[in-house]
Design a protein around this ligand. Structure first.
Ligand code: FPP
Length: 242
């Protein structure tokens, strides 16, 4: 699709959902769905950040609550993250995409943290777009973690007051607000994803399971976004009778 002359969201969020159901419907194990989802994510993120004009993509790949899943599934996902970050680091570096992570490090294992740190370091000077992996991430946890740091800095005198702009600098990353939030698989929930950043996001809930949410589906989503009227609490009086 030609993205020129379209209204493009600066920051897109994707809640990755439906890998498990995608696999189960094919009589396969859930892990197969996660593997397909991870391949799709790599291709789609490169498309979004290099071909469409979107500057930041935040993807929810593991929530703090996902640790409640079976040990087998959690271990599989951790192994998949480790393998993909190791394998894909060079590709992202070449594509000029900067990788960052949002979330708590505890209780992630050392081998996962190591590949996360390596890919972050390898891509830190890239300028062609930011891919923010929300991994062991929770919106409540992020707000609590920011509040603890603020409390510390207020006590030590590093800052003497607080407002919304200062607060957002204490989040895991000081990113602009999410403009467009997509959740695949036909679920209509935000599930603790970037609560601060998504306050005025436009929502889009395609039925498609994530492994099938490809470039074409994303183009379709953007066309939907361009038709939205974003008012941020105001009113466009030229469009009303008053
Ligand atoms: C949520 O629902 C999805 C996840 C917990 C995992 C998403 C992970 C990936 C796509 C892999 C990402 C890989 C890298 C390298 C970051 P679900 O997919 O379990 O689906 P369900 O609701 O159908 O059970």
């Amino acid at each position: 699709m030609d993205y020129q002359n379209l209204k493009i969201p600066r920051h897109v969020g994707i809640i990755v959902d439906g890998n498990g159901r995608w696999a189960e419907e094919r009589g396969r194990k859930r892990s197969y769905g996660h593997q397909k989802g991870s391949e799709n994510l790599e291709r789609l993120s490169r498309y979004i950040l290099t071909k469409t004009g979107v500057e930041i993509l935040s993807v929810y790949v593991f929530s703090t609550e996902n640790f409640k899943r079976s040990v087998e599934e959690v271990d599989y996902l951790m192994g998949l993250f480790t393998k993909k970050f190791k394998n894909d680091a060079k590709k992202y570096k070449r594509e000029n995409i900067k990788i960052v992570f949002s979330g708590r490090r505890e209780p992630l294992k050392e081998e996962v943290l190591k590949t996360m740190d390596e890919i972050t370091e390898m891509t830190k000077n890239n300028t062609g777009g930011i891919l923010n992996f929300c991994l062991n991430y929770g919106g409540h946890a992020e707000i609590v973690d920011a509040t603890l740091k603020i409390y510390h800095d207020l006590e030590s005198g590093k800052i003497d007051h607080l407002d919304e702009e200062i607060f957002s600098k204490y989040l895991y990353h000081d990113l602009p607000p999410i403009d467009f939030l997509i959740r695949t698989s036909g679920e209509y929930r935000i599930s603790n994803f970037m609560l601060w950043q998504a306050s005025y996001a436009e929502f889009y809930f395609p039925k498609t399971y994530f492994p099938d949410f490809d470039e074409k589906e994303f183009d379709h989503a953007i066309l939907e976004y361009t038709a939205r009227d974003r008012r941020f609490g105001g009113i466009d009086y030229e469009k009303t009778n008053h």
